[in-house]
Ligand binder design. Structure first.
Ligand code: AMP
Ligand code: GLY
Length: 415
């Protein structure tokens, strides 16, 4: 019964996974690679980078790890799941081939088109002049996405033709992101939500719905980020909408991947938009969302190891969720998602009584300092969204760090 688990990652999502595992009666030891200052309070951190598949595998073998859970997409795209499985080790996540549902927007779009999964109309280009002519002939706003992993930053919602042209120039001529190729998409208008399902082939285990806030500043101004705050559940996503999304989007995509010989295992994350009452796909991710995981897992009511093990083995399991709302506010380094400073000392954490997940922190002597762009995810819980929001911001106000900023309107629209 006493299981040893390795969690790969060093952000807030990893901290939330470690925290959920620490509540499992079956788990006796948790390692995190590489972890961070907050994770270190609940797991033993091992300084192996997420991209060092060889050493992660050696570590897992040497320590007789019973289960490895992968957080970040970078490790998945390197084939960590394939490598662990080949070595006969249990690991939770998709294979490199299945992870293409996230790493290649073109693969995801083509798969949806072949099977009538509702999503924005699109075309793919690698030639600047052809792409520009297509944009000029169509409606504005228009959405331009770099095809490949760009850590959530390779997307431009162009509100003017000039913005669209600049984006195409960046992605196709200047090769800012690498080898240029773009997907140009119809702009869909509506509220967004995140629907994560744990998947094993055809079997889906839906998680609670969450809502992210992707833009850097209040009122959805500023650049796109990895996410500046989230909450769960999401009042406008009714049980009926969730069911429709499951039947028209998540289940058909999982089934198609099985049919096409690339069965998905792990977390299939649908970034969805409610467009004129119908859920449609904005994007897929092949992993737990960050910061969505930080508000979804605290609501999980059960043995998290049991859930993950059931999913990896394909057993039946029905996850249960606490009815309370959990809302989290990201505190990020000033300048994020652009250039930012590191090394600011964080004070006041001891005065905070609600949970705080560390996203980018390190320990220096007895001080906790900022080491990343997104630094803390500060949570509040309540019977209503408004109460959860109030609790989270009361905690945010206790944290004192001159290098950090946060949005003040997480959850405000629906509360
Ligand atoms: P993605 O990385 O594909 O999730 O895109 C990042 C953000 O850009 C999304 O969360 C949306 O806010 C916005 N976005 C992407 N595609 C579209 C679309 N087709 N219509 C409207 N907004 C979009
Ligand atoms: N919060 C969006 C993501 O995890 O990509």
């Amino acid at each position: 019964m006493s299981k040893k688990v390795l969690v790969i990652g060093g952000g807030g999502r990893c901290h939330a996974i470690v925290d959920a595992l620490s509540r499992s009666p079956q788990v006796s030891k948790i390692y995190a690679a590489p972890g961070n200052a907050g994770i270190a309070t609940a797991a033993e951190c091992v300084p192996i980078p997420v991209s060092d598949v060889k050493n992660l595998l050696e570590f897992a073998k040497a320590e007789n790890i019973d289960m490895t859970i992968v957080g970040p997409e970078a490790a998945l795209a390197l084939g960590i799941v394939d490598a662990f499985r080949e070595a006969g080790l249990k690991i939770f996540g998709p294979t490199k081939a299945a992870a293409r549902i996230e790493s290649s927007k073109e693969y995801a779009k083509d798969l949806m088109a072949r099977h009538g999964v509702p999503t924005a109309a699109y075309r793919t280009f690698d030639n600047f002049d052809e792409a520009l002519a297509y944009v000029k002939a169509g409606p504005i706003p228009v959405v331009i996405k770099y095809d490949g992993l760009a850590a959530g930053k390779g997307v431009v919602v162009a509100l003017t033709l000039k913005e669209a042209e600049d984006a195409l120039r960046d992605m196709l001529l200047d090769e800012t992101f690498g080898k240029g190729r773009v997907v140009i998409e119809e702009f869909l208008d509506g509220p967004e939500f995140s629907f994560m399902c744990i998947v094993n082939g055809n079997r889906l285990y839906p998680l609670a719905i969450a809502r992210d806030h992707k833009r850097a500043y209040d009122h959805d101004a500023g650049p796109n980020t990895g996410g500046m705050g989230a909450y769960s559940p999401v009042p406008f996503v009714t049980e009926e909408i969730k069911q429709t999304a499951l039947e028209t989007i998540l289940q058909p995509v999982a089934d198609t991947m099985v049919e096409e010989g690339v069965p998905f295992t792990g977390v299939l994350y649908g970034g969805l938009i409610l467009h004129k009452g119908t859920p449609k796909v904005i994007e897929f991710n092949a992993r737990f969302g960050d910061p969505e995981t930080e508000v979804v897992l605290p609501r999980f009511d059960g043995d998290f190891y049991e859930f993950i093990d059931a999913a990896v083995e394909g057993r039946e399991y029905e996850p249960k969720w606490k009815p309370e709302t959990v809302l989290g506010v990201v505190m990020a380094a000033k300048g994020y998602p652009g250039h930012y400073e590191k090394g600011h000392t964080i004070l006041g954490l001891k005065d905070v009584t609600t949970p705080v997940y560390h996203m980018g922190t390190g320990t220096y002597g007895d001080k906790i300092q900022t080491v990343g762009g997104r630094v803390l995810m500060v949570l509040g819980e309540g019977e209503t969204l408004a109460a959860a929001r109030k609790a989270a911001y009361a905690s945010v106000n206790k944290i004192d760090c001159k290098g950090l900023f946060n949005r003040t309107d997480i959850g405000a629209r629906e509360a």
